[in-house]
Design a protein around this ligand. Structure first.
Ligand code: 5GP
Ligand code: ZN
Length: 119
C-alpha cells in the first residue's frame, strides 16, 4: 500500500525515501532512524509511516497503529542494547511540549544516564 505523502513534512519525506536517514528498523507501518542531532549516546526517533501530527491525535485515531509504534520502540530498545540499563521514551507535543516536527515521533534515548524528568 502507498502512504499519502504530506509534502511539507520532514518525516514524511524521510519515510518516502526523499531525504536520507540512518534507519535502524522498518516495519509495514513504522520507521525508526537515528536523530540527526543526538542528545544521548543512543537517540533514535520512531515514527508512523502514516502522517499524524502528534501522539494525542494518533492515539485517539488509531489504536492499532499506536500499538505498532510502541512495539517498534520496544524492539529498537532491545536491538540498541538499552533494556538492561534502561532508557527514556519521550513524545513532545505541541508548542508547550517543545515539538518541532509535526509528525508523531517517539524519542528513544539511552546508552548513558539521560537525566531528570523535566526539560
Ligand atoms: P521534536 O522537538 O519535534 O520532538 O524533535 C524533533 C527531532 O528531530 C529533534 O531531536 C531533531 O534533532 C530531529 N531532526 C530534525 N531534523 C532531522 C532530520 O532531517 N533528520 C533526522 N534524522 N532527525 C532530524
Ligand atoms: Zn508527516
Amino acid at each position: 500500500t502507498t502512504i499519502a505523502l504530506v509534502t511539507d513534512c520532514l518525516f514524511c519525506r524521510i519515510v518516502a525515501g526523499e531525504l536520507p536517514a540512518t534507519v535502524v528498523r522498518e516495519t509495514d507501518t513504522t520507521l525508526a532512524f537515528r536523530d540527526i542531532n543526538p542528545k544521548a549516546e543512543v537517540h533514535v526517533l520512531v515514527v508512523t509511516k502514516e502522517h499524524y501530527v502528534d501522539i494525542a491525535t494518533l492515539a485517539t485515531a488509531d489504536r492499532e497503529l499506536t500499538s505498532d509504534l510502541m512495539e517498534t520502540v520496544a524492539v529498537v530498545a532491545e536491538s540498541e542494547g538499552l533494556l538492561a540499563d534502561g532508557f527514556r521514551t519521550i513524545f513532545n507535543t505541541g508548542l508547550y511540549g517543545g515539538q518541532e516536527v509535526d509528525h508523531v515521533h517517539a524519542h528513544v534515548l539511552g546508552g548513558e544516564p539521560v537525566g531528570p524528568m523535566v526539560c
